[in-house]
Design a protein around this ligand. Structure first.
Ligand code: ADP
Length: 626
């Protein structure tokens, strides 16, 4: 738009330069500034006039070479011929020394006043007119010094637009004023509406006082549309500018109001096929410059103002519930209020995304909590069961050791009993008593083994007792000894002297060391015989007692160090993967800890730390079995 104005500005400047240079090149050089006199039919405040004047000033390259003067006839308010006579004389006197080079007649009244040889103050001066309805111009005989630009009020096209937007329209309500300036426009409305279609009922609200007009608009029949072309003066004699009257009519009307003037879009009207007086002014300015450039007025034909444009007010379309599909292609919809979704799209998207993320996060957290809660409950519930399972799983080991352990006391019982029988046959004596004592001791030993096994297999909570760590270790070693011997593994036990006792369940702790020893035996099984060594060392470690089971096997890779304590983790073809898991729960239940590391000479080193109870129990010793 701005580029367009600039371009036109350049065109007119060029034309003017040609005009001025042409004048300078003539025999009598004329360097005086050119003068354009605009004589307006209406006072400056009339909106159409204001739009025209602003566009005219913008389109003329005004400056030291070109001056614009403005006068206002205002016949609407001063229709007195005597006043006009005085106005003519006054203009003549005012411009006697500085006569205009071209006159712009703005409005039909101004054209009539200036073109009539009887009334014009400036006979023979070229006239370019604007703001004149084409029918009114056609009805006049224009003198040779007159050309200009006519308006086409697209009443019929606007009615067609109204019917497209409101297809069930039955009543077309025409609104017009009471002044002589209104009358031809009312007539135009009547004529065009009559030609628009016979099925429509046409209602004329011409020349009513504003109050009465508002009343009528309030009580319109359903399926009406209203069309306003002009209302210069109402039936009560009040002058109106369209920008003042339109909002009043709109707020009263029970039907949509169509207009024909571009400058009224935004005053509450729904729109129409519109004339734009700015466009007219630009054409008029260009024509005036051509005249100033030396073109003969007679050679410039009267032109029609630029094509009327269909413009609609988006808010009104919404107010009257017009679906978008009814808006004709090519129509310009202005002032459409973007929906909150469009206006705050990014904010809303951001909000929605944030909300979604938050909800997902909350849902995930809830799910996670629920899962954890269930897992914890399950773990709690299963701990005793798993512990029991493990004990059963090591039953194979126990049974093997048990058979061996019980075999030797039973063998001793048998040989003692047989010896006693022989001594009895020879006669009673000290030998018999000694045999019986041995039998009682061996039977007690077997009974103790059985008692421990039963304790291990029973699912019962542990009983705390002050325990000698060395004794616990030896018990465990004894259980694996037969197996160790079979496999050719030497088991070395080192218990530091004066080691503090620990508090715990003997059977359970035996089970822990039994597990560690069985794993150690497995670990060294594949090595050459002289390397099949397992050591179990107990020594103080600060406030605790550390028991380390060290083997020379392949060791535990750091990547598996944590996993081997998980339930059912095994690398053995027939392993259950519960030994370490259970060992850990037992050790932790005793307030201790268990960890694995690499032994200094390679192999695995399992370290169990148990809280020392205080007070010495038993002396240090070292033994090797192999
Ligand atoms: P299982 O002995 O039934 O496999 P554990 O829980 O006792 O179950 O042991 C889990 C795994 O830890 C074993 O399968 C083995 O891979 C590894 N492991 C345990 N002790 C040792 C060790 N002394 N040397 C090497 N790996 C070991």
């Amino acid at each position: 738009m701005r580029g367009d104005v600039l371009l036109r500005g350049r065109v007119v400047a060029a034309l003017l330069t040609v005009a001025l240079c042409g004048a300078a090149g003539a025999a009598e050089p004329d360097a005086r500034p050119r003068r354009v006199l605009a004589v307006h039919a209406f006072e400056p405040g009339v909106p159409a006039n204001a739009v025209f004047t602003a566009a005219l000033r913008a389109a003329l390259p005004l400056g030291t070479d070109l001056a614009l003067f403005s006068e206002h006839l205002d016949r609407l308010r001063f229709p007195d011929p005597a006043y006009e006579e005085g106005f003519r004389n006054w203009l003549r006197a005012k411009y006697a020394r500085t006569p205009p080079d071209v006159i712009i007649a703005v409005g039909v009244d101004a054209l009539d006043f200036l073109a009539d040889p009887g009334t014009t103050p400036f006979p023979g001066v070229p006239i370019v007119f604007g703001l004149a309805e084409e029918g009114a111009v056609a009805a006049r005989r224009l003198p040779a010094n007159v050309t200009g630009v006519t308006e086409h009020f697209a009443v019929r096209e606007t009615l067609a637009l109204a019917l497209a937007l409101f297809p069930d329209t039955q009543h077309v309500v025409l609104v017009g004023g009471a002044s002589p300036q209104d009358r031809p426009l009312n007539e135009l409305l009547r004529r065009e509406a009559a030609g628009a279609g016979t099925r429509l009922d046409v209602v004329e609200l011409f020349g009513l006082p504003m109050k009465g007009l508002e009343e009528r608009l309030r009580a319109l029949a359903p399926r009406s549309i209203v069309l306003v072309l002009a209302l210069f003066r109402d039936g009560a004699g009040r002058q109106w500018a369209g920008t003042e009257s339109m909002p009043l009519m709109v707020s009263a009307s029970s039907a949509p109001i169509f207009t024909l003037h571009a400058h009224l879009v935004g005053s509450g009207t729904i729109g129409g096929v519109l004339v734009d007086y700015g466009e007219t002014a630009r054409l008029v300015a260009r024509t005036a410059l051509r005249v100033l450039a030396g073109e003969r007025v007679e050679a410039i034909p009267v032109q029609r103002s630029g094509a009327n444009r269909t413009v609609l007010d988006g808010r009104q379309l919404e107010r009257w519930n017009v679906p978008d599909r009814r808006v004709p292609a090519g129509a310009e919809v202005r002032l459409r209020e973007p929906s909150p979704w469009v206006r705050y799209r990014w904010a809303m998207l951001l909000l929605a995304t944030g909300f979604l993320l938050q909800s997902t996060l909350i849902a995930l957290l809830l799910l996670e909590r629920r899962k954890r809660w269930r897992a914890e409950a399950k773990a709690r519930e299963n701990l005793a069961v798993v512990a029991h399972m493990n004990r059963v799983s090591v039953i194979g080991e126990l049974v093997g050791s048990l058979a061996h352990e019980i075999n030797s006391p039973l063998g001793a019982v048998l040989s003692n009993a047989q010896a006693a029988q022989r001594f009895m046959a020879a006669g009673p004596g000290d030998e018999v008593r000694s045999c019986l004592e041995d039998i009682v001791r061996d039977v007690n030993r077997a009974g103790e083994v059985i008692r421990r096994i039963r304790g291990a297999l029973r699912r019962e909570s542990w009983t705390a007792a002050k325990l000698d760590v060395g004794a616990v270790i030896r018990d465990a070693v004894r259980l694996v000894m037969a197996d160790a011997r079979d496999r050719g593994v030497s088991v070395e036990v080192q218990v530091a002297p004066g080691l503090s006792p620990v508090t715990g369940d003997e059977v359970q702790l035996v089970q822990v060391f039994l597990n560690l020893l069985v794993n150690a035996l497995d670990a060294v099984a594949g090595l050459p015989e002289q390397q099949r060594r397992v050591r179990i060392i107990a020594e103080p470690s600060g406030e605790a007692v550390a028991i380390r089971v060290v083997d020379a096997g392949p060791g535990v890779p750091p990547s598996l160090a944590a996993r081997i304590f998980e339930p059912f983790f095994t690398t053995k073809p027939v392993g259950l993967g519960m030994g370490l898991c259970i060992s850990r729960s037992i050790v932790e239940a005793h307030g201790g800890s268990i960890r694995v590391s690499q032994a200094p000479g390679g192999g695995a080193e399992f370290e169990v730390l148990l809280r020392a109870t205080g007070g010495a129990a038993g002396g240090g010793e070292a033994e090797a079995v192999g």
